[in-house]
Design a protein around this ligand. Structure first.
Ligand code: NAI
Ligand SMILES: O=C(O)C1=NCCCC1
Length: 312
């Protein structure tokens, strides 16, 4: 008989997961994914029309590492002013030999941290080495996790933040410890920026190519449905476009599908050395989020949990 599954709360996940351990594991996972070593179908989505959202199912199997996992994630396009979270996620880790559940854990922290860490990996690979200015568009959960990992991994001289209201940008500024410049327009935020992170819930373009400095790197994290956009056609067509999963991007990303832009490479191809990193050009990393990122994060959390809870 298998042991009953352990449950690991949001607070516990938060205390067990650190970027310095998570980020290298994610980098390895992206490489494995692009070498075809991961079984990971494109996310299945179940529309929740009445609630203006969807349920996403994200199963993954890494045979070599014996990791079997699935995330269940609900995403909602909340009305402005709603205090409810946009994303709710649970991660289930299984034993691939028996099919039994080893652990059920909160997926909120994992989703926030792994998404931001993968964007930071994209910046490490694709931004210019002399990058000084970071601009973040959006001030929600992902904005905060991106701020945390980007300021931990890199030394930007200035971090700018834009939200649709000045109050939200200022609230974000007060919620973090380092210096932040709140901006009243997207154009002001991204002018001359070397790295731009888009973490909004918008469904129409918010970032326009005409404002983006040539050679800048954009990590585009929102707009995860085929008819949703964050970036305009000009930017998508002028930039060299990288994705986490080519199959995912050409199935789910409105920025890719509706612009007709070509996907140049997966991040894993760059990590594996099979495709170049065009740091000298304007680059877009279109992130959709992958089950393998959740799987390696959950395995790390579970290993740490066992180490902490093992008998002396
Ligand atoms: N690529 C990936 O792996 C993942 C992507 N996401 C996506 O990241 C985005 C941000 O997620 P969270 O930070 O969790 O959401 P959130 O709800 O906490 O924050 C969203 C931000 O977007 C702003 N916003 C909403 N509508 C807007 C509009 N029409 N124009 C401009 N700004 C707008 C909000 O004011 C807020 O600042 C979402 O689109 C979500 O789907 C989320 C998780 C993983
Ligand atoms: O990868 C994820 O997790 C998500 N991606 C798009 C929005 C919902 C969560």
């Amino acid at each position: 008989m298998a042991d009953p599954p352990v449950t690991i709360s949001e607070r516990e996940v938060e205390s067990l997961l650190q970027y310095r351990e998570l980020t290298p594991r994610l980098e390895q996972a992206l490489g494995k994914f692009s070498r075809g070593e991961v079984v990971q179908p494109v996310r299945t989505t179940v529309p929740l029309q009445k609630q203006n959202g969807f349920l996403g199912l994200m199963p993954t199997y890494i045979e070599h590492d014996g990791v079997l996992c699935t995330k269940l994630v609900c995403f909602y396009k909340r009305e402005d002013g709603s205090t409810l979270p946009s994303t709710q996620a649970t991660v289930v880790l299984l034993d691939p030999e028996y099919g039994s559940v080893k652990a059920v854990m909160d997926g909120e922290v994992i989703t926030g941290m792994r998404t931001a860490a993968v964007s930071a990996i994209s910046a490490k690979l694709l931004m210019r080495p002399e990058a000084e200015v970071l601009a973040i568009l959006g001030t929600g959960k992902q904005a905060l996790s991106h701020y945390n990992v980007f300021t931990e991994m890199f030394s930007f001289k200035e971090v700018r933040v834009w939200s649709r209201t000045k109050e939200r940008a200022e609230k974000f500024m007060h919620s973090v410890t380092g210096p932040v410049t709140p901006c009243v327009s997207v154009e002001e935020a991204v002018k001359g920026a070397d790295v731009i992170v888009t973490v909004t819930r918008c469904t129409e373009p918010v970032l326009f190519g005409q404002w983006v400095k040539p050679g800048a790197h954009v990590a585009a994290v929102g707009a995860c449905r085929p008819n949703w956009r964050e970036l305009d056609d000009v930017l998508m067509k002028e930039a060299v476009v990288y994705t986490d999963s080519r199959e995912g991007a050409t199935t789910e990303s409105g920025d890719v599908i509706l612009s007709g832009a070509e996907v140049f490479a997966e991040l894993g191809d760059v990590i594996n050395g099979t495709k170049p990193a065009h740091r000298e050009k304007t680059t877009v990393f279109k992130s959709l989020g992958m089950g393998v990122e959740d799987a390696v994060s959950a395995e790390l959390v579970f290993d740490q949990w066992k180490a902490k809870n093992s008998q002396p």
